[in-house]
Design a protein around this ligand. Structure first.
Ligand code: HQG
Length: 183
């Protein structure tokens, strides 16, 4: 991804996941924003975007963070929200036996005590792929990869969802399902 695309991607994540009101934007409960309104709001806060650039950023996003509607007129972030105005209806799904969560070593003591909590976001984010989780953990310090007994959780009645980009979501992971695979 080019530097310009990465910067626009960060801006889109900010307004589509966290602070739509920062540019006077309204998201519907499924997280969709009108592309025209997004472009107008961005312009009023001094950022020039156009629909082609936004579509190109969405298409080149390494984690497929954004989806464009079939008619090409709307955009949403597919996961990662903290804004209370959005409540996406995710498909419930049976998870694989294990899923992984990237965190920083300084959080481990608290995680072993309280389990994994969603923090500011609406869900705990889990991945099938250890590589991705290492990078996610590095954002907060020395990375640590936790292995979660997802299937066993599901069998005990915990709900699992999967976003369009493959990220697994659940509300809370009790500490008893969290293991450290690599010492
Ligand atoms: C930690 C990226 C202390 C948790 C990724 C994490 C992801 C606790 C931090 C997406 C804790 C929250 C989300 C507890 C959890 N005590 N710390 N009990 N429970 N934590 O950024 O999962 O690039 O809200 O381990 O790919 O890091 O943005 O969540 O370190 O899918 O598209 O609290 O962000 O995607 O941090 O990342 P975050 P996350 P994007």
């Amino acid at each position: 991804m080019s530097k310009q695309h990465a910067e626009v991607s960060k801006f889109l994540s900010y307004v589509l996941r966290h602070e739509p009101q920062a540019i006077g934007l309204t998201l519907d409960s499924e997280g969709w924003a009108d592309l025209g309104a997004l472009i107008d709001g961005a312009r009023q806060s001094g950022r020039m975007l156009d629909a082609d650039l936004i579509r190109a950023v969405a298409a080149s996003s390494d984690k497929m963070r954004f989806a464009i509607s079939d008619d090409g007129l709307r955009i949403r972030a597919v996961q990662g929200h903290s804004t209370a105005s959005v409540a996406i209806t995710y498909a419930e799904k049976v998870p694989p036996e294990f899923l992984y969560h990237g965190t920083a070593t300084r959080f481990l003591e608290s995680i072993m005590r309280e389990g994994l909590k969603p923090g500011e976001r609406q869900h705990v984010h889990l991945s099938e792929d250890v590589q991705t989780t290492t990078a996610v953990g590095s954002r907060y310090g020395k990375p640590a990869v936790l292995r979660i007994e997802a299937l066993r959780m599901h069998q005990q009645g915990f709900k699992y969802f999967q976003a369009e980009n493959g990220v697994w979501l659940t509300e809370h992971v009790p500490a008893s399902f969290v293991a450290m695979p690599h010492p």
